[in-house]
Write a protein that binds this ligand. Sequence first.
Ligand code: TYM
Length: 337
Amino acid sequence: MEEVQRKQTLFSAVQPSGAVTIGNYIGAIRNFAALQDAYNCHYAVADLHAITVKQEPAALRRNTLELIALFIACGIDPEKCVLFVQSHVPAHCELAWVLNTITYPGELSRMTQFKDKSAKHADNVNMGLMDYPVLMVADILLYQAALVPIGADQKQHLELTRDLAIRFNNRYGSTFTVPDGYFPKGSSARIMSLADPLKKMSKSDENPNGFITMGDDRESILRKCKRAVTDSEAEVRYDPQTKPGVSNLLTIYCAFTGKSTAEAERDFAGKGYGDFKLAVGETVADALAPVQAEKARLLADKAYLNAVMKRGEEAAARIARKTLSKVYRKVGFYTGE
Ligand code: TYM
């Protein structure tokens, strides 16, 4: 018990907004399990965030359950970590409201993700989309997290988290831990689209050849890798500036084999792109097969997954309530005392 208390606290979340890609896995989820022994970990399914773009209700419900199963299949141990669904803990919305009162619209309208998503969902630029980062700040600060494992696309949101924590602490006295981001090394923090290696790999890409999902079958994975955009040279060399497609495939290969870029380059010295793409595809398919099997096994036991979520909800709510009470006291809400 003492041991647990000495560990630093960590928080991260993933949206259940469609299929999870190998970008999500390499950039974030694979670190979740890797960090669970060293940190006091909290991992959430960010369903409140997901509804900032239109979701089909039945699909959202299904994706939430699937994401909990995927977390566990990727090695997250619910006995070691607090694993829960964001909407099950009302304190997230409650803290977000308070934080809204110290956030300026200009800080939110200049966020890259807000601008990108507004352009992409021009028919649904809602307040939730703009307020998305403040809810994310609330997620992190509620647990007094010191560390947040995320991909490079979330850097701006982490900066806002630090800004708001400091702003609140300055105004009301020390309340929140100011967190640091934990980014995977090198280009693993930003896996690019297979169809356009200058664009981030994204589950919302309308071209399904751009991304590999954690649920893709072997044949699809091999096909997508085979079709991946590369260049007109025939040399497997890591150089993101001049060879973004090949470099991205090398990053994916290294992420799943644990090899360094130099080792990977040696593996493919003198080989053509056909062999290289096939090897990358096979590596990814081999790595995903056991995860897919374990996820399927877990999904067959909904009672177990529900029990995990319930336990996670209770543990998360306890911690979150403690921080929220402190915040309510600091801002001057009447508590009867
Ligand atoms: P989401 O669901 O979009 O992505 C989940 C995680 O995957 C990372 N990621 C990538 N990493 C590398 N290459 C890519 N192509 C790639 N695409 C996505 C993301 O950086 C993220 O770490 N806002 C968050 C969810 C969230 C959250 C939080 C995260 C809600 N509250 C609190 C941390 C702390 C998001 O967009 O996740």
